[in-house]
Ligand binder design. Sequence first.
Ligand SMILES: Cc1cc2nc3c(=O)[nH]c(=O)nc-3n(C[C@H](O)[C@H](O)[C@H](O)COP(=O)(O)OP(=O)(O)OC[C@H]3O[C@@H](n4cnc5c(N)ncnc54)[C@H](O)[C@@H]3O)c2cc1C
Length: 483
Amino acid sequence: MLFDVVIVGFGTSGFFLAFELIKAGFKVAVIEKENAIGGALVNSLIFPTAGFHTLSGKLVITDSVKEFLDFCIKNGLSKGHIKDPLNFSYSITPINPIAYNVFFIHYFFDNFKNNFVLFNNSRIENIYEKNGIIRYVIIKYNNTRVKIKGKFFVDASGILELSNYIDIGYRLDIDSLQAATLIFKVANVNFYKIIDYIKQNKQDFYDKTDISLIVNNSFLSVSGYFELASKYLFNKELFLSRDRFLFFGDISKNYVYVNTSRIFIKDIINFILNNNNDLKKKGFFKKCSTFILPSNEKNITINDILRNYDLIERIGYYLAFKQVNYIYRVMKKFINGFGNSYIDMVAIKLGIRQYKILKGLYQLTMEDVISAKDFDDKIAVGTWPIDIHIKDKIVEKKVNENGYFIPFRTLITSNYRNLIFNGKHISSDDYAFSSLRIQATCMNLGSVVGKILVNLLKNKTFILDIDFSLIKKIFKNTFLTIY
Ligand SMILES: Cc1cc2nc3c(=O)[nH]c(=O)nc-3n(C[C@H](O)[C@H](O)[C@H](O)COP(=O)(O)OP(=O)(O)OC[C@H]3O[C@@H](n4cnc5c(N)ncnc54)[C@H](O)[C@@H]3O)c2cc1C
């Protein structure tokens, strides 16, 4: 099977990349390891989507992302942009996680089924490259092996999946990885009681919280209950260390998404090392399909675990699930408004914020995002503040108020001429990463990289031979509304 572009990962960034390409008439294959499409937003219940405005209030959105958002608003799947009641950023954009599925069925399936193939629940088994050009990949799909040829390949897995097969430089420092979170949804919550409590106990909440925005927008954003958190959210046995309860109201009233559990990759790894034999007996290792783990005789090492993201995801989920159970009981007992509530849904995947990050031709840094360094090859605009979830606290810092630029060189390496990276794992330091990982930026990145690939395919040019004047033109046409 020959495709114009083969995309690995159908999450936030892969989705919009595919959308651009198929709209332009190119043939696209997507390899997605999960059954469901939509990545973190869908499988980890990430809510609300954020990052569409700069801190000064300029809207940053591509035409395709806007098309998606307009569709969501029209179909009752989003409230559109609303002022951020926590005043952490300028706006937030609640989008129902089901929106990707609805949009996918409507557009991809109905309109483009002839030039789009989704291999969901499938994985790469091997990659064949020659002279810096990737020729094809072999995947396992429905228990058969399928060979997929492509002119271009995109790694949009968020975890640099392709680095497991070919020579791609990356950084992975387990001590500085951000916390992972298992988000759950609670039903039958009394919003009025919560709002009343916040009004009367302002000092116990994030100091920039604007209650009038919550009331006017009928959108609940809560970051606080610091006192309660200090009593209950530090629990060594559960690997929990959290200074606050964080939750957001759904688009429909009475439901909240709770973003309070917290588990570190390092704790997951230590747990695996310390409970190696027990976990083997319980069959946890057998279910991990990516790599063969060492036999029973050999002791598992940190490197074995790091190569096996599936295992980290699986054990992390198990540990975070215990936290969810505990956190919810505390909320139900002590937070006014949760008395009659019940857990409606727990995300099916642990939300892992950070894993492998590309070492590309350029590494975006904290200084770049604060000073809004200009680049000849700028392709997108980031907006979200530096927002690092580390032990016990959140570290925040403003980025440039008019947004900052992301250069094309953060998406490529010097060794492959038809491979490009997209989404949160592009080349950045920990600070820049904590900003660009936000959904709106990943959506816009997907869309703009799609536009770039459309041009490369039309001009029959490889990635490393791209003309910067073409990039300049695409950037200008894409973000015309603000620059
Ligand atoms: C806990 C948490 C809270 C967050 N909170 C917010 C928030 O409030 N607002 C906001 O806007 N953003 C938030 N984010 C950030 C945001 O959701 C993600 O960073 C963003 O969605 C990343 O997009 P992506 O396309 O790079 O990756 P993803 O959306 O993760 O997509 C990657 C896709 O690749 C697939 N994949 C992975 N490995 C393979 C493989 N081996 N083979 C095939 N497919 C594979 C995955 O299944 C997935 O579908 C949060 C993230 C987390 C984890």
